[in-house]
Design a protein around this ligand. Structure first.
Ligand code: RIB
Length: 324
C-alpha cells in the first residue's frame, strides 16, 4: 500500500469527551465497584475513527459538531494534533459537546453510555451541501451517532456522485433498510449484525455461522460486508469471495474504540487501493494493537506500529506504551 497515492477520507460522525473508569470488574446492577482508575480522554466513534485513520497515514477530514464549551475546543485541538483536518467541524452555540461514560472491566470489556449533545445537531442540509463537493475517489466513513437523516443523505449522495461509502452500523439503531442498497462497505459487530438480521426477519447470529450471516446481510444490497466476531476474527464477504480473518493473540486491557480503529484503518487501506480482504487484515492488526492500550482515541496505533506488528507471532511492537 502506498500512503502518498491515497484518496482523501471524510469521516462524518460524532466526537465526544470520554470519561473512562477502569475497574477490576464490571459491576452488577445496583452494585458499587471501587478501586477504579479514572482516565479523562476524547472519543466518539467518528472522531476515534478519524484519528485512527490519520495515524495510519490517511488524509482525513472530520465532519461533525461540538458545543461552544471547553470540551469542544479541546476536542478540536486533539483532532488537529493528529493531523485530522477540521474545517468542517462546526461549533453549535449553547449546546454541550457530546459526553461518554465508559466503564472498563475484566479482559477489557466495557459498559458505555453517551449523551450526544452537539452530535445530534449535525444537519442534513449542511452535510448535503458538503457531499456535493466530495471528489469521486474519496472514501466516506459513517457511524450511527449522528442523526439517521444525515447518514441517509450521505448514502444517497454516494450513489449519486459515486464516492465510496463505509457504514459502521454502530451503535445498532433502527434505520431504513432500503437506504443501504448500493452501499459499498457495511461494517458490523455481532450485536449490530443481529439488529439488521432481525429487521430482515432472520434468526440471530447465534443460530447460524458468521459466513452465512454475511450472505444474508449482503442481500440488503451491500457490495461488501465486514462482520467482526470478537475473538473469532472478522468475516469479509464480497460478491465472489468470503474470507475469515483470524483474530490476533494479544492481551486485551481495554476494548473501547477497537471497532472505531478497525473502521478508520480499513478506510485508509481502501483509500490506498487495497482490496477489502487486504484492507481488513491491515485493520485487524490495528484493532488488535488498540486493545492492548487504555483509552478510546489515544489507543489507536501509528502506521509504523501496524506495519511492524508481526501477524505470524502476534507480538505487539515494543513501544506500546507510547500513544503519541
Ligand atoms: O466506540 C467507542 C466510543 O463510543 C467512545 O469513544 C464513546 O465516546 C462512544 O462514542
Amino acid at each position: 500500500m502506498t500512503p502518498s497515492a491515497s484518496h482523501p477520507i471524510y469521516v462524518i460522525g460524532s466526537g465526544n469527551v470520554d470519561h473512562i473508569m477502569r475497574i477490576p470488574r464490571l459491576p452488577e446492577r445496583g452494585e458499587t465497584v471501587t478501586n477504579g482508575v479514572y482516565l479523562p480522554t476524547f472519543g466518539g466513534k467518528g472522531a476515534n475513527s478519524a484519528v485512527a485513520a490519520a495515524k495510519a497515514g490517511g488524509r482525513v477530514s472530520f465532519v461533525g459538531c461540538v458545543g461552544d464549551d471547553v470540551g469542544g475546543t479541546a476536542l478540536r485541538a486533539e483532532l488537529e494534533k493528529f493531523h485530522v483536518q477540521t474545517p468542517h467541524l462546526r461549533v453549535v452555540p449553547g449546546v454541550a459537546t457530546g459526553q461518554a461514560l465508559v466503564m472498563v472491566g475484566e479482559a477489557g470489556g466495557n459498559y458505555l453510555s453517551v449523551a450526544p449533545g452537539a452530535n445530534h445537531r449535525v444537519e442534513a442540509e449542511w452535510v448535503r451541501s458538503l457531499t456535493d463537493r466530495i471528489e469521486p475517489g474519496a472514501r466516506v466513513l459513517l457511524q450511527n451517532e449522528i442523526p439517521a437523516e444525515v447518514n441517509r443523505v450521505v448514502l444517497a449522495a454516494a450513489r449519486r456522485r459515486r464516492f465510496a461509502c463505509l457504514f459502521n452500523f454502530a451503535p445498532a439503531l433502527p434505520f431504513p433498510l432500503e437506504d443501504l442498497r448500493g452501499l459499498d462497505y457495511l461494517i458490523v459487530n455481532e450485536n449490530e449484525a443481529d439488529n439488521l438480521l432481525a429487521a430482515q426477519g432472520h434468526q440471530p447470529l447465534a443460530e447460524r455461522d458468521p459466513t452465512a450471516a454475511t450472505g444474508l446481510l449482503r442481500e440488503l444490497g451491500v457490495e461488501c460486508v465486514v462482520l467482526t466476531v470478537g475473538a473469532r476474527g472478522a468475516v469479509v464477504a464480497t460478491d465472489d469471495r468470503v474470507e475469515t480473518i483470524p483474530s490476533l493473540p494479544v492481551k486485551a486491557i481495554d476494548t473501547t474504540a477497537a471497532g472505531d480503529t478497525f473502521c478508520g484503518t480499513l478506510a485508509v487501506a481502501l483509500a490506498e487501493g487495497a482490496d477489502a480482504f487486504a484492507a481488513a487484515r491491515f485493520a485487524n492488526r490495528a484493532a488488535a494493537l488498540s486493545v492492548t492500550r487504555a483509552g478510546a482515541m489515544i489507543s489507536s496505533p501509528t502506521r509504523g506500529e501496524i506495519e511492524t506488528f508481526s501477524e505470524s507471532s502476534g507480538t505487539p511492537p515494543p513501544n506500546l506504551s507510547n500513544n503519541s
